[in-house]
Design a protein around this ligand. Sequence first.
Ligand SMILES: NC(=O)c1ccc[n+]([C@@H]2O[C@H](COP(=O)([O-])OP(=O)(O)OC[C@H]3O[C@@H](n4cnc5c(N)ncnc54)[C@H](O)[C@@H]3O)[C@@H](O)[C@H]2O)c1
Length: 359
Amino acid sequence: MKYIDTNNCRLEIGDITTSSLDEKLNFTYAHVKKVVIVDENSRENCLEYMLTNFTGLSEAEIILLPAGEDNKQLNIVGSVWEALTEYGVSRHDVIINLGGGMITDLGGFVASCYKRGLDFINIPTTLLSMVDASIGGKTGVNLGHYKNQIGVFSDPVAVYIDPVFLSTLPGYELLSGYAEMLKHGLIHSEALFSSVLQAMREDEIPSLDLIESCIRVKHEVVTEDPTEKGKRKVLNLGHTIGHVLEGHFMNRIPLTHGHCVAIGIMMEAYISYRRGMLAEEDFRLVQDAIFEFYELPAYSNDEVGEMVAMLYNDKKNANNAILCVLLQKIGDCSYDIEVPESQFVEAFLHYKNLQINMN
Ligand SMILES: NC(=O)c1ccc[n+]([C@@H]2O[C@H](COP(=O)([O-])OP(=O)(O)OC[C@H]3O[C@@H](n4cnc5c(N)ncnc54)[C@H](O)[C@@H]3O)[C@@H](O)[C@H]2O)c1
C-alpha cells in the first residue's frame, strides 16, 4: 500500500481490502449512518465487491444515480439531498462516493453542502477519477452545458485508489483516464509523458506505479496551491478548449471528458506552437500522440462560432479576457496567458479542415 498525506486527507493506493477503510467503517464511523452513492455502472461492477469485503457497509443506505455527465446537474443534487433527509442523515454521518468523476464530483458537492458539510470518502472506480477527479478537493456540478459552474473546494477524509475496479471499464473510458495522465506528463516531464504513452501502446491497464506517479504530480501542484490562485492552473492544460468541446457535444455525440481534454491539449499545443512558444518538434510529438488514440469530432463553421463564444464563460478568465494554459515544452507549461479569440478560431478551423482532409 502506498500512502500520500495531504493537509486534510489521506490517499491510499493499492488493494482496498488491506487499506484502512475497514477500520474506518468499523471504528471511526461504527455508530453513524453510512450512505453509498453509486451510478448504474459502479453499482453493477463495483458495489458487490465492496459489500462482500466490508461488513461495515452491511447496513449502508445505497443511493443510485443515473450514469453519465449529463446527470452531473443540480436537479440530481437536489434529489440526493432529499433522499438524505428522508434517511435522517445527520452531519455526523458519512457519505461514500463509489464511482467515476461524475459521482466523486457530485457526491463531494452533495456532502459539502448538506447540513453545512459532512464527512465523505471517495472510492474512484474509473482511471480518470483515480488519477484526477477524486483527489484535489474540487467538487461540483455542471449548469446546463457549462462545465463545473457550481461547486466548492472540499476535501474527502480519505481516498482509496485500487485498480481492481478497472477490469470492467470499457476501453474508451480507459483512454479517457489516459488523457489526464498524458496531461500530467506534459506538465511534469518528458519521461512521464513517454511512460504514459508507452503504457497506452501496450494497451493495458496502467501499473500501480504509473498511476501513483500521476497522482503525485497532481498532489504536488495541489499542495502548493489548493484553491487555484496560481500554480494549480497548470492542471487545466487542455481544459479551456476541452470543457467547451465537452459542453458543446454533450447530448449530441458520446465524447468522454478525457477525449475532449485530449483534443483540447492538441489544440492548445497548436496555439502554443503558432505563438512561437512551443518548438515544432514538441508540437508534432503531442499531435501525433493524440491522433494515435483519439478521433477528432466533426463540427461546422457555425459550431466554431458557438464554441468560441462559450470560451468567455471559462472560470479561469479575468477582465473578459480568455486566459489559457499553454505549453512551452514537453514537461513545462505556463498559465494565465491571454489568448485572443482569433487564435482559438484559427485552431478550431485548422482542425476542422484537417478533419475533412482526413476523411
Ligand atoms: N474534481 C476534479 O478535480 C476533476 C478532475 C478531472 C475530471 N473531473 C470530472 O470528472 C468527470 C469525468 O470522470 P469519469 O471519466 O470518471 O466519468 P464518469 O463518472 O461519468 O464515468 C465514466 C463512465 O464509466 C462508468 N463506470 C464507472 N466505474 C466503472 C467501472 N468500474 N466499470 C465500468 N464502468 C464504470 C460510469 O458509469 C460512466 O458511464 C467529469 O465530470 C469531469 O469534469 C473532475
